[in-house]
Design a protein around this ligand. Structure first.
Ligand SMILES: [Zn+2]
Length: 423
C-alpha cells in the first residue's frame, strides 16, 4: 500500500511541489485514497524555498463510495475512503526528475512507505530544526533523492502528519507551457469570496489591496482557495473569474492550524524554532530602520526582542500601543538568536501607565511649569511652588485580546484569529 511523501521539488523561481500530484494521478492507474495532503513545514528555516510545502498521497485500489475532489482535463478526480493494497505501478522518481528544476538549492526527495511514520517526525519538522541524518536512520520506507538527502525531512514529515487539526485548499493549475508570464485572476471574485463566505480565509486583504488567492511568483498554480469545508470549496471555485486552467484538486492541509507553535520559555526558544512566549513588555516599543517595530519581552529574568517587520504593515502601529508592564503571549518564529518575529499576539493584560504633569496653581488656575529635574513646579504668574505633580493615567489604546498580522503578511501555517485559537 503505497503512501508517498515528496518534498522540495521547487526552487525560489519555479515549480511547486504540489503540482506533482496532478502528474502522478495522470500516470498511475491506482486510485487516490482520501485527500492528497499538503503539509507545510517550519517556516523559519532559511535554506528552504518559498512555501516549505511537502505532499503526501495514498494510492491503492479504491473501495467504498467515491467523491469527486477535482478534475484533470475535464475528467473528475475521484477519491475513495478505503482501499485494497496494490503495488506502486509507476516510477514516481522519474516524474519528480522530469518536473524539478535542476538547481543546487532544490533537493527533491521521495519516500514510499507501507505505513504512516511516527507523528514525532512531523512535530519536529514543523516546529524545530531537524538533522536529516537522524531521519534517515529512523524513518521506515524506501527513500530516494536527488542532489543530497535533505529533502527526506519534509517527505517523511508529510507521511507522519497526524492531522490533529486540518483545513483544505483547492488549487487550480495551469498547463505547463503557461507557467511563465502573467496570469489573469480577477480581484473582484476574490473579494466576493472573502466577503461572502466566512468558512474561507486569506482570500483578499482589503486594506493592503492584495489578492491572496493568486501567487506572485512563477509557478504552475493559477489560484488557491483555502477553507474549512472541502465540499464547499468546489462551489467557491465556480466564483473565480480567471483565464482557463486544466486541472484543480482539493488538498487536506496543516495550513492555518498553528501546528508550528508551542509554548516555550525564552531559554527554550532556540534559533529557527517556532514558539509562543509569555512575558511582560519590558521596553517601550520603538521603530528602527526599515520600518521595523521592536520591543523587549521579559520573563523570569530572561529577555527576548520581539519584532514586526515592514511587510506586517498596520500590525506594527498596533504593537506600538503596547507599554512597559503589559502582559503578552507572543506567537512567532526565532529567525535570529534573541529575536522573535511576531505573527500573532495575545495581550493578556494592560498595565496602568501613569504620567506626572505640572499641577494647577490654586490661586491663578493656570498650569505651573517644571523647574528642572527634582526642582518641583512653579507658577509663572504668582511664583507659588509645589513639590508634587499631578498624576494622570494614560488612556490605553489597546485592549486585552488577540491581534494578528494582515493577510498580506500571513504565513501558511498561521491560524487566522477568525477560525478560533487552537491553544
Ligand atoms: Zn499662581
Amino acid at each position: 500500500m503505497p503512501i508517498l511523501g515528496i518534498d522540495d521539488t521547487d526552487s525560489r523561481s519555479e515549480m511547486c511541489t504540489t503540482y506533482l500530484t496532478i502528474e502522478i494521478l495522470k500516470s498511475s492507474n491506482l486510485d487516490l485514497i482520501g485527500y492528497p495532503k499538503l503539509v507545510r513545514l517550519n517556516p523559519n528555516i532559511p535554506l528552504k524555498t518559498r512555501g516549505n510545502a511537502a505532499i503526501s498521497l495514498t494510492l491503492g485500489r479504491g473501495e467504498g463510495r467515491s467523491t469527486a475532489i477535482g478534475k484533470i482535463d475535464g475528467e473528475q478526480i475521484l477519491s475513495y475512503p478505503r482501499y485494497r493494497n496494490e503495488k506502486m505501478d509507476i516510477d514516481v522518481m522519474s516524474i519528480i526528475e522530469r518536473f524539478s528544476p535542476s538547481e543546487k538549492d532544490t533537493n527533491p526527495a521521495l519516500i514510499i512507505s507501507g505505513e504512516e511514520n511516527s507523528e514525532n517526525f512531523y512535530w519536529d519538522a514543523v516546529r524545530e530544526f531537524v538533522d536529516y541524518r537522524k531521519v534517515l536512520e529512523k524513518a521506515k520506507g524506501d527513500f530516494s533523492s536527488i542532489n543530497g538527502q535533505i529533502g527526506i525531512v519534509g517527505a517523511n514529515a508529510a507521511i507522519s502528519w497526524p492531522r490533529r487539526n486540518t483545513t483544505y485548499e483547492l488549487i487550480a493549475y495551469l498547463e505547463k507551457n503557461k507557467w511563465t508570464g502573467r496570469h489573469y485572476v480577477d480581484d473582484s471574485s476574490s473579494m466576493l469570496i472573502e466577503r461572502s463566505f466566512p468558512d474561507t480565509f486569506d482570500n483578499f486583504d482589503f486594506k493592503n489591496k492584495y489578492n491572496a488567492i493568486r501567487p506572485t511568483t512563477k509557478t504552475p498554480i493559477l489560484f488557491g482557495i483555502r477553507g474549512v469545508d472541502p465540499d464547499r470549496l468546489i462551489q467557491y471555485e465556480g466564483y473565480v473569474k480567471s483565464e482557463p486552467y486544466t486541472s484543480s484538486i482539493i488538498y487536506e492541509t496543516n495550513q492555518a492550524t498553528d501546528d508550528h507553535l508551542v509554548e516555550r520559555s525564552i531559554a527554550e526558544s532556540q534559533l529557527y524554532f517556532s514558539a509562543i512566549i509569555r512575558g511582560f513588555v519590558s521596553s517601550e516599543p520603538a521603530w528602527s530602520r526599515g520600518g521595523i517595530l521592536g520591543l523587549d519581552v521579559e520573563m523570569n529574568g530572561e529577555k527576548i526582542r520581539a519584532v514586526a517587520m515592514e511587510p506586517t504593515k498596520e500590525f506594527r502601529t498596533l504593537l506600538a500601543k503596547l507599554r512597559r508592564g503589559d502582559e503578552v503571549r507572543v506567537y512567532g518564529g526565532i529567525t535570529k538568536i534573541g529575536i522573535i518575529n511576531i505573527e500573532k499576539i495575545e495581550v493578556v493584560s494592560v498595565s496602568r501607565v501613569t504620567q506626572i504633569r505640572p499641577p494647577l496653581c490654586h490661586t491663578c488656575k493656570t498650569r505651573m511649569e517644571s523647574v528642572g529635574r527634582g526642582g518641583g513646579f512653579r507658577c509663572r504668574k504668582c511664583g507659588t511652588r509645589s513639590k508634587t505633580g499631578e498624576e494622570s493615567i494614560e488612556k490605553r489604546e489597546i485592549a486585552p485580546g488577540f491581534y494578528e498580522v494582515p493577510i498580506v503578511a500571513r504565513r501558511h501555517l498561521a491560524r487566522p484569529i477568525k477560525l478560533g485559537i487552537v491553544k
